[in-house]
Write a protein that binds this ligand. Structure first.
Ligand code: F6P
Length: 556
């Protein structure tokens, strides 16, 4: 029997007591325990994770771990890795961890050799990537591909674009990728404006191959390709040449290969995956095909091995040292006891500039839920808002609120010991200057600046309070040697498992996303009302009707 209400566990009652008697004072905690940094720092594959600047102590840590235990985290984790249908509202297994298991591993689910199937698709992707990279895959006029345009949205976009950006130093010089997601026609128009159709390859990525944005963009891309090829005299304007152009310039990634064929893409040029891969957990499936083309099979395999290393840590490490367990339960602690509404992720790595956007779907589509797996309403808050920007840009924008505002905003700082661009400004190593900012921010957030310290600087009394930093602002510092493909995989897997842990603590289904459906349905119902159907317009609520009428009055 799955327990879904954490507040009914004994460990939650202990947490309540501990919280009542807890008065966060990180200065005092570090003074009292010179070993605190060491005690609360953990290794997770290549990641060095320092939790010591969080608002907790050994007793609270034990109670958080006990909540995880009493909520059956170990059994739920096993069930996920084994392929049980833990996505109850969609009656599906949740097996993204199988996507990165080494060839030869055995996992049989519903009589299917899952790992063997995964590797068969991977081999097909690698063969395709090799062909494109080697210039063997050519467009209709025999020219090699220079630009890959991935068309997808949500999980079929955010993962690939984030990883492509993160691994730019590993991208083959002769190939670049672009990503089209928004149904705003501006997105496609801008992305193809300067492209040569003869050297452009589109990857249409959609798990369901029914998503309005992706299919609309794919049709528009196909029309652009045909028109541009005809205009520059590359093909005759016939049905046959158009079909031939699609075969050379379009491939697909989907679980619905029948729909791929209906679009006109040869299923031989399609890379499949499975309904047990959630969209937001899919960048390590065929959804990562654009990335595989860009960085090549060895680097992509290294990327997958990074995920797997963290999977093993999550499965094999006792909860007391298990980084996803500790980080996930700390998030629960902040949301449900400190009423934290948001969580900042602040990479000190420009290449990770899309990481927070990627995490928004991973965490918020997963844990933005108000009922538990048994249908009962949750009794505590769930699903904090994840957000962030790379340092140091954020320092000059929103850090003010984190340092001196009234909200508790737990922050994860991410930094790399080595940069892809070592450079000096005079005698100053610029990466070290960058890192100095990372170290300084976590220090300032934890320890602040007292009234006495502000006064000691000769500050006029009237502005002393404005210059005080209260400190005790919780941060986690994640460091790694460098932003390699493996480390990027490790970071993603870490946050996947943190999200899972939070979902188990809250008793919710982290793998469905019913909350996105209503808006999709209404958009289809409203579409006819916008330009012509007056009856459909009259059927709208007064506010929607008035907005559409405004649109009609303004359109040119
Ligand atoms: O609408 C939400 C969603 O279903 C996401 O979960 C998914 O990643 C995205 O749409 C795209 O879906 P698809 O890959 O099927 O086009």
């Amino acid at each position: 029997m799955t327990i879904t209400d954490a507040t009914a566990t004994g460990a939650w009652a202990t947490l309540n007591e501990l919280y009542a008697g807890y008065h966060p004072d990180l200065r005092a905690a570090f003074d009292a325990d010179p070993e605190r940094a060491r005690t609360f720092s953990f290794a997770c594959a290549d990641l060095h994770v320092d939790l010591s600047k969080n608002l907790f102590d050994a007793q609270i840590k034990d109670a958080l771990v006990a909540v995880a235990e009493q909520m059956g985290l170990a059994e739920r984790r096993e069930a996920m890795f084994r392929g049980d249908r833990i996505n109850v509202t969609e009656n599906r297994s949740v097996l993204h961890t199988a996507l990165r298991r080494p060839a030869g591993d055995e996992l049989v689910v519903d009589d299917v050799e899952v790992v063997a199937e995964v590797h068969a698709v991977l081999e097909k992707i690698y063969a395709f990537a090799d062909k494109v990279r080697d210039g063997e895959w050519v467009g209709v006029t025999g020219r090699p591909i220079e630009t890959v345009v991935n068309i997808g949205i949500g999980g079929s976009d955010l993962g690939p674009v984030m990883v492509y950006e993160a691994l730019k130093p590993y991208v083959l010089e002769s190939i670049s990728c672009r990503f089209v997601s928004n149904i705003d026609p501006t997105d496609l128009a801008e992305k193809v404006a300067d492209l040569d159709p003869e050297t452009t390859l589109f990857i249409v990525a959609s798990k369901t191959f029914t998503t309005l944005e992706t299919l609309t963009n794919a049709r528009m891309a196909r029309a652009w390709l045909w028109n541009a090829l005809v205009e520059q005299g590359a093909i005759e304007d016939t049905d046959e040449t158009r079909t031939g152009a699609v075969a050379k310039h379009f491939v697909a990634v989907s679980t619905a290969l029948d729909k791929v064929a209906a679009f006109g893409i040869d299923p031989a040029n399609a890379f499949g995956f499975w309904d047990w891969v959630g969209g937001r957990y899919s960048v390590d499936s065929a959804v990562g095909t654009a990335v595989a083309v860009a960085i090549g099979k060895e680097n992509f395999a290294d990327f997958l091995s990074g995920f797997h290393a963290v999977d093993r840590h999550f499965v094999e490490t006792p909860f007391a040292d298990n980084v996803p367990v500790l980080m996930g339960m700390l998030n629960v602690w902040y949301v449900d006891f400190f009423h934290a509404k948001s969580h900042a992720v602040l990479p000190y790595a420009q290449y990770l500039h899309r990481f927070a956007a990627y995490l928004q779907q991973l965490t918020m589509e997963s844990n933005g839920k108000r009922v538990r797996t048994d249908g009962s309403p949750v009794s505590v808050d769930t699903g904090e808002v994840f957000w962030g920007e790379p340092g140091t840009n954020g320092q000059h924008a929103f850090y003010q609120l984190i340092h001196q505002g009234t909200q508790v905003i737990p922050c994860d700082f991410i930094a790399l010991a080595n940069t892809a661009h070592p450079v000096k400004d005079g005698d100053q190593d610029v990466h070290e200057l960058f890192l100095a900012n990372f170290f300084a921010q976590t220090k300032a957030l934890a320890f602040g600046k007292t009234e006495e310290e502000v006064r000691a600087e000769g500050t006029p009394e009237a502005i002393v309070s404005a210059r005080v930093f209260p400190g005790n602002r919780p941060t986690t510092s994640i460091m790694a040697p460098a932003l390699t493909p493996s480390v990027v995989g490790q970071l993603i897997a870490l946050y996947e498992h943190i999200t899972f842990v939070q979902g188990i603590a809250w008793g919710i289904d982290s793998f469905d996303q019913w909350g996105v459906e209503l808006g999709k349905q209404l958009a289809m119902q409203i579409a006819p009302a916008i330009s012509k159907d007056d009856e459909a317009l009259a059927a709208q609520d007064p506010s929607t009707r008035a907005l559409i009428e405004y649109y009609r009055s303004q359109r040119r």
